[in-house]
Design a protein around this ligand. Structure first.
Ligand code: CO
Length: 151
């Protein structure tokens, strides 16, 4: 169990385009484990590697439907539009309303290196789009309207 400090807005790593994973080394497995532990410890529904300071294309998502780990994820199909409220562990003080695709197909590699494709709807679809944005250096506030303080 390794819980990392979540990188906060203002850190450059959050604005970088993350690098593709070339091979799944023991370090990548460790990264996945650390990201999972850090996400759950912070009660998050998703986490991207840059959020623990690692500029690699790795995400984890769990909106309550089980853990999905994806290496080099990409959206292969998107349809519909939904606006909903969104937050981020890297910007814990604010939420905002973001228009996202209602349904996405996401593909990537699992930890064994197998290619997987996932169909996600609703909040899960939102989480995948949010985390993949992190890999492009995009934060939800770059897209949000009605950004407001929480707490
Ligand atoms: Co985020």
């Amino acid at each position: 169990m390794a819980v990392y400090k979540v990188v906060q807005i203002g850190d450059e790593v959050l604005q970088e385009k993350a690098k593709e994973v070339k091979s799944i080394t023991p370090n990548i497995i460790k990264l996945l484990n650390n990201m999972r532990d850090t996400m759950y410890a912070n009660k998050g529904v998703g986490l991207a590697a840059p959020q623990i300071g690692i500029s690699k294309r790795v995400i984890v998502v769990d909106v309550g439907e089980g853990l999905t780990e994806l290496i080099n994820p990409s959206i292969v199909k998107a349809s519909g539009q939904i606006k909903d409220t969104e937050g981020c562990l890297s910007l814990p003080d604010v939420v905002g309303d973001v228009v996202r695709a209602a349904e996405v197909r996401v593909k990537g590699l699992d930890r064994s290196g197998a290619e997987i494709e996932i169909k996600a709807v609703g909040y899960a679809a939102r989480a995948f789009q949010h985390e993949i944005d992190h890999l492009e250096g995009i934060l939800f506030i770059d897209k949000a309207e009605n950004i407001r303080k929480v707490k």
